[in-house]
Write a new protein. Structure first.
Length: 388
């Protein structure tokens, strides 16, 4: 890493505050903006530094865009820079979702608000479905015979996780860990691997989930674990959140959860910031703060821990295999969660048509932005519920 930056930390801080405020388009768009602005235009970050950061963001858990932002803050200004940039990137959208949470709680019962989310909720199902499809192509492979033969074990993890998530309507952390370990054993078993290691991991997970305390403590524990298993796209967190927030803890209703995902779609910055909205509905502003900090904590810790020696870590085949196995199971769980949420949110012909239209729009309309789709869906919701 170059130790002589051509920019100040203040300049980088202001850039990420701006990106977090107006950066729409999801993780792929956000990492693209960073490359265009910081590598190509301003030349603050070298191509190699950017590629290393992107590789770390893809290899390590936590949302892609936030992970890359924290890494770029680390490049020249180490832990202090990573900390400030992480807060700068997340803070604007966090403030937005908290304000939206306030408005939602105050006026959620109004007919026009319900009409807006009637249309928006259906569009969100379509967006999540398309995102899960793209994640599947990226993480496992195309839906063809060659891919099924080459990556048959990953496809098996994918299918099993999708079915189990849909049937049980719960997230299964042990399933993801098991998928990662099994794929690592098959593809690139590490020298240190033994049964004792497996048992330790299993016991750690079981004990972790049995922990009981106050609501804020439960929020902190749940969202920390959720943040630790998000690979690539922020939407991969959906099955964790849905199962924990709606099914297990009954913190939100099904409709509130879909509305929370919708809020993440209409705000800039990382999609995962929906946790702030969810936390606010559960326990007010303290809940929002705890949920957001807990979700992004793994992202921050992984970055500052791995960044100094990442080149060596990135070449470890066992780690890559472990991540590939987990990713296949997580994407499968996302597909299962889409089925669960859709079965409860798509209730009639209009919502079905909105969801299908959303999928086709994302497939065939170049450069269409998700906030635009959400806006159209909101208008359709008002027309259908209040006018027709």
């Amino acid at each position: 890493m170059n130790e002589n930056p051509t920019y100040t930390l203040k300049e980088l801080l202001l850039y990420f505050l701006k990106l977090g405020t107006i950066g729409f388009g999801g993780p792929v768009a956000l990492v693209g903006y960073m490359h265009r602005d910081l590598v190509e235009d301003r030349k603050w970050i070298s191509e190699d530094e950017y590629k290393e950061g992107l590789a770390l963001a893809q290899l390590a858990p936590s949302p892609l865009a936030a992970q890359l932002a924290i890494y770029l803050g680390f490049v020249h200004y180490r832990i202090f820079g990573a900390t400030l940039i992480g807060f700068a990137f997340i803070l604007p959208s966090f403030i937005m979702v908290v304000l939206l949470g306030l408005v939602y709680q105050l006026y959620g019962g109004l007919s026009w608000i319900q009409a807006v989310f009637y249309g928006v909720g259906a569009a969100v199902i379509g967006i999540i479905a398309m995102s899960s499809y793209k994640l599947t192509l990226k993480s496992i492979g195309k839906f063809n015979l060659e891919s099924f033969k080459t990556n048959w074990l990953l496809w098996l993890f994918f299918i099993v996780a999708a079915i189990i998530t849909f049937v049980t309507q719960q997230e299964h952390v042990l399933l993801f860990v098991a998928a990662g370990l099994l794929y690592m054993i098959v593809k690139a078993p590490p020298k240190w691997f033994n049964n004792k290691t497996v048992n330790s991991i299993v016991l750690l997970q079981v004990g972790f989930w049995n922990y009981e305390n106050t609501t804020l403590m439960k929020i902190a524990i749940f969202f920390t674990e959720a943040g630790a298993f998000v690979f690539g796209s922020g939407l991969a967190i959906v099955p964790f959140l849905h199962a924990g927030v709606v099914i297990e803890n009954h913190w939100l209703t099904e409709q509130q959860f879909v509305d929370a995902v919708a809020v993440a779609m209409i705000t800039p910055g990382p999609v995962v910031i929906t946790v702030g909205f969810i936390g606010y509905l559960i326990a007010g502003f303290p809940g929002a703060v705890v949920a957001a900090l807990a979700t992004f904590l793994p992202c921050y810790l992984f970055t500052i821990a791995l960044a100094p020696s990442f080149k060596k870590i990135a070449q470890n085949k066992s780690i890559k295999a472990f991540v590939d196995g987990i990713t296949a199971a997580v994407v499968g769980a996302l597909v299962g969660a889409v089925g669960v949420i859709a079965s409860r949110s798509i209730l009639d012909i209009p919502t079905t048509l909105i969801a299908i239209a959303t999928i086709f729009a994302l497939l065939y309309i170049n450069k269409i932005q998700k906030p635009s789709i959400i806006a159209v869906a909101a208008v359709l919701g008002i027309i259908i519920k209040l006018i027709v």
